[in-house]
Design a protein around this ligand. Structure first.
Ligand code: S3P
Length: 441
């Protein structure tokens, strides 16, 4: 089968310096916000991946032009309420939950009928989480049991809302913020902490948004219909992509890695906090503030002293895309690790909590699950010699890449399906892995 990889031997010790692909959340947000800014924005280092390409296709359908230059992409923003949408326009979000949910908020002020569709994985994901607040704004939405395809019809007379976001989801929060931008008056959101790139971008753009930090929540207030100017932005590396190589280093022997120019927003670095508690040797260097975002380098050394963690659920949102890797590391750590309240993991590109438990069982690691809490019985001596086949049914990019890291650090003979899934977020993944000397067929 063509779309598989085979890994038969673990990686040799290495000392390397790398950069990884640009941040996906920031790439999608910069494109969407620049499309409703007034004038031409320049986005440097835009991630080149399928989710971002789909975002470009979508803004084009909404009447937003862009030009790809050598070093940046120039987006010709049309201002709030400036989209030129034909009735019955089809918006294809592909694999991207972020694009689908954010675009619904962004288009809430438009009265033409839109149909949102997505791939097989996205069509299994629940949209009630954004349908509920959008309905309160006054958006009309038709769906079959809250799944795609969805038909929506916005309004130019939306009502501002007061909403509590209780899942710690930045997709929901940003959908509401985008809809609030289309709404006359002040929208108020009480949001459980989640990644805050949208708020930081809007602050940088001098948009009238107020944020009060509470212990677990942010209180956000924003004024709608405030036009803002175009901007320039240079997108840093993605901590979620860097995490595959952090894990590769931690689980390899006598290895060292420097990953440069990574977004280190505190709402994204749960993995670093968790790994430090597990005894990992990780240092953050050269940290700088770029337009409200923290950016810096990460240095990692391998260690044989990883220990288990009782992970506080307050770190879940800041770690949400990295749990597959954290579980793999817990599998190779001393002691029993405990993770709680991980229901949201099953709402991703594939049901990742279920997938992780099956995966750990396959490699001989005992787990105990009660509802959405999981215990992982670590084994620092874990070394495999059997045959392992990862059938990645929903073509989940993160399942593919985590499995490759497992294969490169645990021994055994591996076949991993759906290589193309990496194009969603990290098309260079295999090229970088091969540069480490990995033998992959
Ligand atoms: C994202 C938010 C997260 C994350 C996703 C990207 C974003 O989803 O899993 O990969 O860019 O807003 P939730 O906010 O729904 O947890």
């Amino acid at each position: 089968m063509k779309n598989q990889i085979k890994i038969e031997s673990p990686i040799k010790p290495f000392k390397k310096q790398i950069e990884v692909s640009s941040d996906k959340s920031l790439s999608i947000r910069c494109l969407l916000l620049s499309s409703i800014a007034l004038g031409k924005s320049k986005i440097y280092n835009l991630l080149e991946s399928e989710d971002v390409n789909n975002t470009l296709k979508v803004i084009k359908k909404l009447g937003v032009n862009y030009i790809k230059k050598e070093k940046f992409i120039e987006v010709h923003g049309v201002g709030i309420n400036g989209f030129k949408i034909k009735n019955n326009t089809i918006i294809d979000a592909g694999n991207s939950g972020t694009l689908a949910r954010l675009i619904m908020g962004l288009c809430s002020g438009n009265e033409k009928k839109l149909k949102i569709i997505g791939d097989n994985s996205l069509s299994k994901r629940d949209f009630s989480r954004v349908i509920t607040p959008l309905n309160l704004f006054g958006v009309q939405i038709l769906s079959n049991k809250n799944l795609l395809p969805i038909e929506m019809c916005g309004s130019n007379l939306l009502r501002p809302i007061i909403y509590e976001e209780k899942k710690g989801s930045a997709q929901i929060k940003t959908c509401i913020i985008f809809s609030a931008i289309n709404t006359h008056g002040v929208t108020k959101i009480k949001a459980l902490h989640s990644r805050n790139h949208t708020e930081l971008l809007l602050k940088y753009l001098n948009y009238p948004i107020k944020i009060k930090k509470q212990k677990n929540y942010d209180l956000i207030e924003l004024q709608g219909l405030n036009q803002f100017r175009s901007f320039d932005y240079k997108i840093p590396g993605d901590i979620s992509s860097a995490s595959f190589f952090i894990t590769l280093t931690l689980l390899s022997k006598d290895s060292e890695l420097l990953i440069k120019n990574i977004n280190l927003n505190p709402s994204r670095i749960g993995i670093l906090k968790i790994l430090k508690k597990m005894n990992a040797k990780i240092k953050i260097l050269n940290i700088k503030n770029y337009r409200g975002e923290l950016v810096g380098n990460i240095k990692i050394k391998s260690t044989r002293r990883l220990k288990s963690i009782n992970c506080p659920a307050s770190l879940n949102s800041a770690t949400i895309d990295e749990f597959l890797l954290i579980f793999l590391i817990a599998a190779k750590s001393k002691g029993i690790s405990i993770f709680k309240d991980l229901g949201e993991l099953n709402k991703k590109e594939s049901p990742r909590l279920d997938v992780a438990i099956k995966f750990l069982k396959m490699i001989g690691i005992k787990t105990k699950r009660v509802k959405n809490n999981i215990k992982i019985y670590g084994n620092p001596e874990l070394k495999l010699n059997g045959k392992y086949h990862v059938k990645n049914f929903l073509k989940d990019h993160r399942v593919f890449m985590m499995s490759a890291i497992a294969a490169l650090t645990l021994d055994g003979h591996w076949t991993i399906d759906d290589k193309d899934s990496i194009n969603t977020s990290f098309p260079n993944f295999l090229r970088i892995v091969k540069n480490f000397g990995a033998k992959i067929n």
